[in-house]
Design a binder for this molecule. Structure first.
Ligand SMILES: Cc1cc2nc3c(=O)[nH]c(=O)nc-3n(C[C@H](O)[C@H](O)[C@H](O)COP(=O)(O)OP(=O)(O)OC[C@H]3O[C@@H](n4cnc5c(N)ncnc54)[C@H](O)[C@@H]3O)c2cc1C
Length: 462
């Protein structure tokens, strides 16, 4: 029994079916879950449209003459229609895959039933428009994801005060978007709307945007945002938001007011666990409502596993999917390696992008993880010069004595693609010497990764 059909749930369902299990997956919104229908897939599709706009920004620098950005307009409805169509098609593809694999897909809601202290668990399924019925299962996987956090003084109304699941219904671009929250989600939306020509004010409660990311990278991206005209209000908290009919009024914690046409609330997410009957069943839940799991996705109750955003381990689709697969491999007696977060690469899809993997600067600076490091700006890279790139860098961390690569940061367009060689180096315990001896394409941005490794090699010799 799998409750929730996002990456945590559907990937697990496919593995379980492949191993011959009798699998039922219950999903409230549609296969693919929030990841595919409202969050990750729609936001990245929207960003793809914003990247088309970015292409028009400095064309005269390349000797191309046109009316530039002034001659380009965004049809917000067409952009959002494309976003929703692509999300639905992706959800349909997943549904087909599940059905082909033999998974019984039920559209509806499920929760744990009565604990009868036996070898099976009871799950109560309420299909859309139907009566609740119980199902017995040897294994239950909870993969119910999370929902945007709502501030009582700034409740989304779907018209001017929006959460990230409501923006896809806008028929026109905001004239002035105020984004509250400068974490990854807030920064990605602020970046994409800015690229679309929208006036953006980003309200950040900390002294810099993306406070949990590498500080050099976050500062580089903040600099780009400001240069492109974004207003960033640091150490400011959006306390209340009012829809004034033709706009929004945001009251900050210091009493000052920011006005705009729309507000996007990006103040985090809360796990969808309150209606699963977990406490009654004896499943351990943390204070924030996350299901407590170990590295093979087990909860404290034998036979009940959890994966993805409802566990709060790392809110990434890739991690959710791996937690789900691990749960099934473990439950079905397959050989399984516990989840390793060290080699999980993560990307922020701003412009430029910010990708990270492995040891962080904070861990090195605090002495928790001794490492040598180098940070190489991309301005010296031939390919970057040809493409007119002025921002971005590659940072590499290695163990002081052995030169083993242990972490990296890339700030660049498509950093999400460039991080792979560093991830592979960490996964396979490669050293800076081995990376430095790799012949890269000339000219290429990836050349800077090998160059960074060479610089760490030189440090070793000195
Ligand atoms: C705007 C945004 C952009 C993102 N971009 C990226 C990205 O680029 N890359 C990345 O790796 N991650 C990204 N993420 C994170 C990623 O979307 C999540 O980590 C991922 O969706 C987690 O998967 P999941 O399976 O845990 O849950 P979800 O995808 O949230 O799916 C859970 C599903 O369970 C359903 N459900 C809940 N309760 C029940 C119930 N009782 N019965 C039946 N069904 C139920 C929900 O309706 C939901 O559809 C992004 C997140 C956001 C908010």
């Amino acid at each position: 029994m799998i409750i929730g059909g996002g990456p945590g749930g559907y990937e697990a369902a496919l593995v379980a079916a492949q191993l011959g299990a009798d699998v039922t997956l219950v999903e409230a919104e549609g296969p693919g879950g929030a990841c595919v229908l409202t969050d990750c897939v729609p936001s990245k599709t929207f960003i793809a449209s914003s990247e088309v706009m970015t292409g028009y920004r400095h064309e005269e620098r390349f000797g191309i003459r046109s009316s530039g950005l002034a001659g380009v307009s965004v049809d917000a409805k067409a952009v959002n229609d494309r976003v929703k169509k692509l999300a639905l098609a992706q959800s349909g593809d997943i549904q087909t895959k599940l059905i082909k694999a033999g998974v019984n897909v039920v559209r509806g809601r499920a929760r744990l039933g009565e604990d009868r202290l036996g070898h099976t668990h009871q799950v109560l399924i309420t299909p859309d428009g139907g009566e609740t019925y119980p199902v017995d299962a040897s294994t239950v996987l909870l993969a119910t994801g999370a929902t945007p956090r709502v501030l009582p003084t700034a409740r989304p109304d779907g018209r001017r005060i929006l959460d990230w699941r409501q923006v896809w219904d806008l028929e026109e671009l905001p004239s002035h978007l105020v984004v509250i929250g400068s974490g990854v989600t807030g920064a990605e939306f602020a970046s994409a709307y800015l690229a679309m020509g929208v006036k953006v004010t980003l309200i950040s409660s900390r002294e810099r945007v993306m406070p949990h990311e590498d500080a050099d990278a976050a500062m580089a991206i903040e600099r780009v945002f400001r240069e492109r005209g974004m207003t960033i209000l640091s150490q400011s908290r959006g306390d209340a938001v009012e829809n004034t009919g033709d706009g929004v009024r945001v009251t900050l914690s210091d009493g000052s007011i920011v006005e705009g046409s729309h507000v996007l609330m990006a103040v985090g997410a809360i796990p969808n666990t309150s209606e699963l009957g977990l406490r009654e069943y004896g499943v351990d839940v943390s204070e924030g409502g996350y299901v407590t799991v170990d590295r093979v996705s087990r909860t404290n109750v034998p036979g009940i596993y959890a994966a993805g955003d409802c566990t709060g381990v790392l809110p990434l689709a890739s991690v959710a999917a791996m937690q789900g697969r691990i749960a099934i491999w473990h439950a079905m007696g397959e050989a399984v390696a516990p989840l390793r977060l060290r080699t999980v690469s993560a990307n922020v899809f701003t412009d430029p992008e910010l990708a990270t993997v492995g040891v962080s600067q904070n861990e090195v600076d605090s002495g928790r993880f001794p490492a040598r490091q180098v940070m190489l700006p991309l301005t010296g890279n031939a390919r970057a010069k040809m493409s007119g790139l002025q921002d971005g860098f590659v940072k590499l961390f290695c163990r002081p004595a052995t030169g083993q690569i242990v972490g990296g940061v890339v700030v660049a367009p498509k950093a999400s693609e460039l991080i792979l060689p560093i991830t592979m180096a960490i996964e396979n315990n490669l050293t800076v010497d081995q990376l430095a001896h790799t012949i890269t394409i000339y000219p290429s941005l990836s050349g800077s990764i090998a160059e960074a490794a060479r610089q760490l090699m030189l440090h070793e010799i000195q």
